[in-house]
Design a protein around this ligand. Structure first.
Ligand SMILES: [Zn+2]
Length: 312
């Protein structure tokens, strides 16, 4: 991915090295939300279809007004950068990610900024306003409004505080353990979590969290898959516009598709436990994850990401 020299988001909170205590504030807790995790094979969630469908369809219907998001997105040459990252920055843990001038943070900052540009454009085209999520980089452990999380959780999105949580050592794990290397594989992970944020804004996640309470675990897992696959599709939509800006390099799409393949529930389970339990799938199989990412990537249209009204 051609990311160097581009704008870095100022919505990054660098909590690496702070051991998780840094967020300090107690949250009201309660039903606030569950972590929407990335790939590590647990903790999904559910929704029964009908209501969510209405919400999603409504949103897509709004979109029919016919403004081309592309025109809005086109005007971003990647200008100013925000080197310091704002007030919440703590020290960077020596060693792990602190390469020369902290390349990891720059990369994450640029990818997040690119998601901001794309989603701001898409929402504007709908006559809506996108509210940008914060992204917390952490190491070891972190306190979120959705609870305590450690590196073992994998990246996740917390609907209650509207933040993406990213332990960047996950990228090493992605590479070594899951066999998904490459910067665009990492970008896909970030874009997927931002996809959950979009779902939060358009009402999908709140409905999901509400409805899962009346669902059996199996039902909840099935609905979780639809939520996750939609986030993959949204990541693909982001990829679509990123490609149009000329930021993709040879092999980038393959990197993302390979990542989607490697973190499919079936592939993960085979690798981790040697066998597969389809009822426990909550993110989607490798084939499904690839399919929905590719769908978004090809068309760039949210309406092609309706995982609730279509077979997955
Ligand atoms: Zn997810």
């Amino acid at each position: 991915m051609r990311w160097r020299g581009r704008r870095e988001s100022d919505n990054i909170q660098d909590m690496r090295g702070s051991g998780g205590g840094g967020m300090g504030r107690g949250f009201p807790g309660g039903m606030g939300g569950r972590q929407i995790r990335f790939p590590t094979g647990r903790g999904g969630g559910g929704i029964s279809m009908s209501t969510i469908i209405i919400l999603v369809v409504l949103f897509f219907a709004l979109k029919a007004c016919g403004i081309d998001p592309l025109q809005i997105l086109a005007g971003d040459p990647g200008g100013s950068s925000v080197p310091g990252g704002g007030g919440q920055v703590t020290q960077t843990e020596p060693g792990t990610n602190a390469g020369p001038s902290d390349e990891m943070k720059q990369f994450v900052g640029v990818v997040l900024a690119e998601t901001e540009d794309v989603w701001n454009g898409i929402f504007q085209a709908e006559g809506a306003q996108y509210s940008e999520p914060q992204l917390v980089m952490f190491s070891g452990q972190v306190q979120s409004a959705c609870g305590f999380a450690s590196s073992a959780s994998g990246p996740f999105y917390c609907p209650s505080d509207r933040k993406v949580y990213l332990d960047t050592t996950f990228f090493e794990q992605l590479d070594r353990q899951f066999g998904a290397s490459g910067d665009f594989a990492q970008a896909y992970v970030i874009a997927h979590e931002v996809g959950h944020h979009v779902q939060n804004l358009i009402g999908v996640l709140p409905k999901f969290n509400q409805m899962r309470q009346q669902m059996s675990e199996v039902e909840a897992n099935q609905m979780s898959m639809r939520v996750e696959l939609q986030a993959d599709c949204f990541a693909g939509v982001w990829g679509h516009y990123t490609e149009q800006k000329g930021l993709l390099e040879q092999g980038d799409v393959e990197e993302a598709l390979n990542a989607a393949q490697q973190i499919g529930d079936d592939t993960l389970q085979k690798k981790m436990q040697g066998y597969v339990v389809p009822e426990s799938f909550n993110h989607g199989t490798s084939a499904q994850r690839q399919k929905w990412f590719a769908k978004g990537l090809q068309s760039g249209k949210l309406s092609d990401c309706d995982t609730f009204n279509n077979p997955i």
